[in-house]
Design a protein around this ligand. Structure first.
Ligand code: BYC
Length: 315
């Protein structure tokens, strides 16, 4: 096949919604943008363990502790599926971690905010995992096979995460005055960062156009943000909590909620590394990497020894 026919074959697969697989020919820029998106997604899962991990020892009951522990473990698993999917594109795990540790690769802005009270566990599950589901369900149909397949399992687990968060919020909002206040305070702090998670507005999103054409993204940032707001406003009504946006209003003509101006300056500031917890999060990941050196060394030594034994047996 000529380069031209390779390209044609790739385009035909995209047109027919046939998944692109690791051994298929793909444009270099398609490979690069996938590595960028999948690895940033993986880093987000792993860094995302930190804000909630902060509350495992202080969960208010054994049941809450067990549920939170399971959720945080799920996130480690999501990171592993995603790193494995990125590796199928020809980048090593070491390189991926290095990009995170040197600040070359991004991770989601949302995980640079602190978790101040137990209600934050509710708000994260309800809003952050809710936003993640909205973004990730369409990714089950993303054009790259290994990424799409990883997303199927991730989304199943995310729905449990969202429900456990909503249940915490429901319990608090139906509890004492103090508990209700805690829930409202958590909603006030997490609402805007959650709607920023979907990324910059479409007219300022350099990657969207190409990613939509390649069917990596199935919806634009603003489309997903609107869907999330429409669904979540109704859920807030069930909780009896108030979304902290004075301009939030149902628009009959559009069939959607209108919402107030997003502080994009805050978003870019966090993305650039200047959010409340950026330094702390990166330090924690680097420390975990350094402290894990002996495990990697031991695993390598064992693998080496086993290889030698097998070679001796075969000789
Ligand atoms: N934070 O052209 P754009 C989760 C960057 S959920 C930081 O629109 P794209 C979890 C973007 O990378 C969170 N950076 O980009 C939930 C780009 O910079 P580069 C993870 C952001 O890729 C609960 C630049 O801004 N989910 O893991 O077309 C518990 C311009 O943006 C953000 C995913 O990663 C942000 N929020 O669209 C635990 C989902 N937004 O790379 C864990 C998969 C944008 O050019 N990813 N930037 O230097 C996606 O769907 C897309 O990558 C995005 C951004 C919608 C996030």
């Amino acid at each position: 096949m000529t380069v031209h026919s390779f390209e044609e074959h790739f385009e035909q697969k995209l047109d027919k919604d046939i998944a692109i697989e690791p051994r298929d020919w793909m444009p270099d820029t398609y490979r690069k943008t996938l590595i960028r998106q999948i690895s940033q997604h993986a880093h987000s899962e792993i860094v995302g363990m930190l804000p909630e991990g902060n509350w495992i020892t202080r969960a208010p009951s054994l049941r809450r502790k067990a549920v939170l522990l399971a959720k945080v473990q799920d996130e480690a698993g999501h990171g592993l599926y995603l790193y494995s999917a990125a590796e199928t594109l020809g980048i090593s795990r070491d390189e991926l971690y290095d990009q995170l540790h040197t600040g070359k690769a991004k991770y989601s802005s949302i995980f640079n905010y602190p978790t101040l009270t137990w209600a934050d566990m509710g708000a994260i599950g309800w809003l952050v995992d809710g936003a993640a589901i909205m973004n990730q369900v369409p990714l089950c149909r993303t054009s790259y096979g290994p990424y799409a397949r990883a997303m199927v399992r991730v989304c199943k687990e995310e729905s449990f995460h969202q429900r456990q968060g909503f249940e915490i919020m429901l319990t608090l909002s139906k509890g004492t005055e103090v508990q209700k206040k805690m829930a409202q305070d958590a909603l006030n702090r997490w609402w805007w960062p959650s709607i920023m998670m979907f990324g910059p507005p479409d007219d300022n999103s350099p990657n969207t156009e190409m990613s939509m054409r390649w069917k990596i993204k199935r919806f634009t940032n603003d489309e997903l943000r609107q869907k999330f707001i429409d669904v979540t406003v109704e859920q807030a009504k069930i909780l009896g909590l108030t979304i902290p946006d004075a301009d939030l209003k149902w628009n009959e003509e559009r069939g959607h909620y209108d919402y107030g101006a997003i502080n994009w300056e805050e978003f870019w500031n966090v993305v650039k590394g200047n959010g409340p917890c950026n330094k702390e999060r990166l330090e924690a990941r680097k420390k975990a990497w350094e402290n894990g050196a002996w495990v990697r060394d031991a695993a390598n030594a064992y693998a080496e020894k086993r290889k030698k034994r097998l070679q001796q047996q075969a000789a």
